[in-house]
Design a protein around this ligand. Structure first.
Ligand code: PLP
Length: 392
């Protein structure tokens, strides 16, 4: 059976050049980067080379990068790091209703520790409006955290405008760029952002490595205490393999991003057009244009997303549903609900996220399979059949 992987926003395949780059670190290059002998120095150089590759990609200084274990840890470090240090000055944070759980649940934790959090709404098309951030900022606000692009809908947020508002108000700005990295331009020199989160496994690196860019002069508190690693901001022996992999993945992005974005956009558009052409009663979730080039989120009316997902999986198609299965009850995605989507439509939502390695054959194979499964499931839907009978 042909396998089609359309879930790159969950994780990406390891690029062959990344696998090749890390191979020596599973063998003879095993040192601890903090050791001063030859084995340590060799590995320290590899870590610092990776830092330089990543800095070159974003246009930041190598010293502004703090390596962590993941996008989740970086979000924790940004939010708690500011909250712990600035908590005496103010206890208010502004974020949005559509953030990833890594930000959302960190905010909820901080609420349990005496912070107040404003979750600004999004438009019907999933975009955070700068004006709502401006209105939410108060005299005790210490941080604004708005994602650069949403993982479920692909919506690209106006973080430059929002960052300007935060800066004018004297408030620090964090952006979760885990999904946006490699898909939309992010220029550290011109972005009015103080803290930026990235993650290796979303860009064809390895799982278990991420980072936070902390603008020079911005102070945050560490969340993981320990050794002096990462300028004291993140204790613990560095994940050398993960960091080397990220360095390679970023160097590939620096080289190929424009061409890859153009190709993935072409494939995504072709998938989207074919689905809307061939299957009636679809709803696009998200903004038609302010969207990452690789993502499309569609509600298939009269179909349950989880059923669609499982049937597609049996046909070798990997994608993701917008809904989470919680203790046996299917809940609609909080992101789609925050956008004001119809709850029934939200339950029939699927996210297709494309990336490195996808082809035209993948698209045509997936479209055939999706059409087949949707027709099969709709034929079993009393609501759909009632509507069809009425129309006859
Ligand atoms: C927007 C966003 N932020 C954070 C994360 C968490 O990243 P990691 O898997 O590296 O912890 C993800 C992962 O899906 C994400 O999509």
């Amino acid at each position: 059976m042909r396998k089609v992987y359309f879930d790159h926003n969950a994780t990406t395949p390891v690029h062959p050049e990344v696998a090749e780059a890390v191979a020596p670190f599973l063998g003879e290059r095993f040192g601890n980067p903090s050791s001063i002998h030859y084995a340590g120095r060799d590995v320290r150089k590899a870590v610092e080379d990776a830092r330089e590759e990543i800095a070159a990609f974003y246009g930041c200084r190598p010293l502004e990068i703090v390596f962590t274990s993941s996008g989740t840890e970086s979000d924790n470090l940004a939010l708690k790091g500011v909250a712990y240090l600035e908590g005496n000055r103010g206890k208010h944070i502004v974020t949005s209703q559509v953030e990833h759980p890594a930000v959302m649940n960190t905010c909820r934790f901080l609420e349990s520790r005496g912070f107040r959090v404003t979750y600004v709404p999004v438009t019907r098309q999933g975009i955070v409006e700068p004006e709502s951030v401006r209105k939410a900022i108060g005299p005790d606000t210490v941080l604004v955290s708005i994602m650069a692009a949403n993982n479920e809908t692909g919506c690209v947020m106006p973080i430059a405008e929002i960052g300007k508002i935060a800066r004018n108000a004297g408030v620090l700005m964090h952006t979760d760029a885990v999904q946006a990295t490699g898909k939309i331009p992010l220029d550290w020199a011109t972005l009015p952002v103080d803290l930026l989160t990235f993650s290796g496994h979303k860009i064809n690196g390895l799982k278990g490595a991420g980072g936070l860019i902390v603008r020079k002069g911005v102070e945050i508190a560490p969340v993981i205490q320990g050794g002096h690693q990462e300028r004291g901001l993140r204790g613990g022996t560095e994940n050398v393999i993960g960091i080397v992999a990220m360095g390679k993945a970023f160097s590939l992005l620096s080289r190929n991003m424009d061409a890859e974005v153009a190709e993935v956009r072409r494939l995504r558009d072709s998938l989207e057009c074919a689905l809307f052409d061939r299957i009636p009663d679809l709803v696009l979730n998200g903004h038609p244009t302010l969207r990452m080039p690789n993502t499309v989120n569609i509600s298939f009316r009269f179909v349950e997303g989880e059923a669609l997902l499982l049937n597609l999986d049996m046909m070798g198609i990997a994608c993701s549903s917008g809904s989470a299965c919680t203790s046996g009850s299917l809940e609609a995605s909080p992101v789609l609900l925050a956008m004001g989507a119809d709850p029934t439509d939200s339950q029939g939502a699927l996210r297709f996220s494309l990336g490195y390695g996808n082809t035209d054959e993948d698209v045509s194979c997936a479209v055939d399979a999706i059409e087949k499964v949707v027709n099969k499931l709709r034929a079993m839907s009393p609501l759909y059949n009632a509507r069809e009978a009425k129309a006859r």
